[in-house]
Design a protein around this ligand. Structure first.
Ligand code: PGA
Length: 227
């Protein structure tokens, strides 16, 4: 299956020029590869990155409302109208450090889906996925990422063995069904992507730190394709 690699740039890089250069360097190299690559920059850089070819552009969050008085929020319809294809939702940093609840995540995912955005739903464990299922009913048209907080490179970067990833994905597929694509996230790099995909039984990865270095990220995509 064609690997899906989603770059989560978080609050990086510092300038729009840096963002453009990074996106262009990645795009130049991944064009001919049999992979789908989505770059999720901060909101401020999205308009500038949308014309870059060979990659799709996503956001890292959205509101559960399409308009109205919610200071500081960006709506799914605004993202869709810009040309975004994906939106990362429920990232553990937002839950743990900004107080986002699963109730909010479910509302956001439903709103994103209505506009045609592909929600990239991050969950830390099967219990979270079950709870979201209760709130949302179905994950149709979405992508699910198994990403434990402690595995994130800046949060301890604890390695999760591929067999544990595979076991968790099996449990999660019982909840979400077999048609939903699953990714893994947490310290994935060029050296680990191949085993993560083949032994972890996932279709690709959500990549943070390694996506900020064009060379490393391109290598990661190449290794995902040739695993
Ligand atoms: P990491 O981040 O690849 O730097 O661990 C992944 C993420 O937080 O989505």
């Amino acid at each position: 299956m064609k690997p899906l690699i989603i770059a989560n740039w978080k609050m990086n890089p510092p300038t729009s020029r840096d963002a453009f250069v990074l996106a262009r360097e990645v795009a130049k190299e991944v064009g001919g590869l049999n992979a789908r690559v989505v770059l999720c920059p901060p909101f401020t850089f999205i308009p500038q990155l949308l014309p870059v070819k060979n990659v799709r552009i996503g956001a890292q969050n959205c509101s559960w409302q399409n308009s109205g008085p919610l200071t500081g929020e960006v709506s799914p319809v605004q993202l869709r109208n810009l040309g975004c294809s994906h939106v990362i939702l429920g990232h553990s940093e937002r839950k743990k450090e900004l107080g986002e609840t699963l109730g909010m995540v479910a509302k956001k995912a439903k709103a994103a889906k209505k506009t045609g955005l592909i929600a990239v739903l991050c969950v830390e464990n099967t219990a979270e996925l079950r709870s979201l299922k209760k709130k949302m009913g179905s994950f149709k048209g979405m992508v699910i990422v198994f990403e434990p907080f402690f595995a994130i490179s800046t949060k301890g970067g604890k390695r999760v063995a591929p067999e544990i990833i595979a076991k968790t994905i099996r449990e999660m597929k019982k909840v979400a069904g077999n048609t939903t694509p699953f990714l893994y996230g947490g310290s994935v790099g060029a050296a680990s992507i191949a085993t993560t995909i083949s032994e972890g039984n996932v279709q690709g990865a959500l990549v943070g730190a390694a996506s900020l270095n064009a060379k490393e990220f391109v290598k990661l995509v190449k290794n995902a394709v040739s695993r």
